[in-house]
Design a protein around this ligand. Sequence first.
Ligand code: GRF
Length: 206
Amino acid sequence: LNIGVLVSGGGSNLQAIMDRIESGYLKNVQIVTVVSSKTGVYALQRAQEHGINNTCISRKSFESMEAYDDALIRHFDAHKADLVVMAGFLSILGESFNKFYDKRVINIHPSLIPAFCGKGFYGIIPHRHVIESGVKVTGATVHFVELEADTGPIILQKAVYVEDEDTPESLQKRVMEQAEWEILPEAIKLYAENRLVIEGRRVKIV
Ligand code: GRF
């Protein structure tokens, strides 16, 4: 399975995928390209160090959503990507990208969707809301991407308990280490093994 990875920042989720490929957990999976929405991010350096094709394609270089979508589609298609993985990606994909890669784009979100998600909930922000709301459990979600942010059929979720002394930063760190870096590679494995069956809003693992 050829995967293309969309990033915007540190790339710790990208690193988790690279590590699982190297450990043999992800068999017959290769990262064919890494695309960042921003230049100079550590995620691009991680790809470079692993000899993986990497580039920056940023929304602001295009005069329309369609032109941006088209550039992304042409890039991923040129690299024969079968699955596109959004790993800490902070830009948005438009109608034509989602049509072209229908049910072939997955995203990792740092909360238990439908809680603490949607417009404006990215990076540290969900964790701040989790602490302020007093909930005892949060976690991470991997889902198929649809046009509206964080709304597609859910593939995997993993819960993480909120501790009394947690700060947004300590909580984000634990959600990444104990949930994100585990369920994103696992979702890719299930996809590669054709074990994901979408039935309406639900994803069955067969
Ligand atoms: C993390 O908070 C992750 O939950 C979200 O983006 C942030 C950075 O991820 N998806 P990464 O280190 O760039 O993978």
